[in-house]
Design a protein. Structure first.
Length: 239
């Protein structure tokens, strides 16, 4: 399942003028930074470590200007942002959810330089709706400084969730947490957060059934316990 996508166009490395253009942007941002912010942060995380040192300060200044919605004079960082795509190479970055609900990054590294990929992420973040632009750009800044490449740890850091959680957990954390703790039974409104006492009781009951010391299988026990703990944290924080 396609969750987010960025289409960009880059000049060839041998071209006398370095150019970048944006194409189709499918960047959901609800709840912010959303799948779109996660994808942009992953692009930055994958390519920022490969940049020249003198690029970093200029890139951070550009982030600030884009976040404030300022008009960006061209060229910037030795590249020109343009609408015309004639003669440019197409590149597509995607965030995909697989059948198990896990997230997978499909980043196109066949064309473009690290600088062009980072500029793609920055300019795309600058087009986020004003109401969520700060959160989206904050995600890109995190990716820019991450140093560990894209992956579950980056997703967990950006969303405040444990690494390895499913698409549902990221899309609707409260509904997911209610399901994990079996608090969506008959007569319960799925959008209603139970009392702290009910959450703690449900957590303890589910933990007993998941723990190997109480007869549960060792296979998957650690993941199940991690999910239960995360579900409890989400609901107690929302209550």
């Amino acid at each position: 399942m396609l969750l987010a996508e960025v289409e960009a166009f880059f000049s060839r490395p041998i071209a006398p003028t370095r150019r970048v253009a944006l194409g189709r942007l499918e960047l959901p941002t609800d709840p912010a930074p959303g799948y779109g912010g996660i994808l942009l942060a992953s692009i930055a995380a994958a390519h920022a470590p490969l940049l020249d040192d003198d690029f970093e300060a200029e890139a951070r200044a550009l982030m600030n200007e884009l976040e404030r919605g300022r008009r960006i004079s061209q060229p910037r960082l030795r590249h020109r942002l343009q609408e015309d795509r004639i003669g440019l190479q197409r590149c597509t970055h995607r965030l995909i959810g697989d059948e198990s609900g896990a997230l997978r990054f499909d980043l196109d590294d066949e064309v473009g330089t690290p600088a062009q990929h980072v500029l793609c992420a920055l300019y795309a973040a600058g087009r986020a709706p004003r109401a969520v632009r700060h959160e989206v750009m904050a995600a890109v800044r995190t990716g820019f400084s991450w140093g560990g490449g894209p992956g579950p740890a980056l997703v967990a850091h950006l969303t405040g969730r444990s690494a390895g959680l499913s698409m549902e957990a990221l899309r609707d954390p409260i509904a997911w947490a209610l399901g994990v703790l079996d608090l969506r039974g008959p007569g319960r409104a799925t959008a209603t957060v139970p009392s702290r006492k009910d959450v703690q009781r449900a957590f303890r009951d589910q933990l007993r059934t998941a723990h190997p010391d109480h007869g549960a299988s060792d296979d998957g026990a650690a993941q199940r316990i991690s999910e239960l703990s995360e579900a409890r944290r989400i609901l107690l924080g929302a209550g």
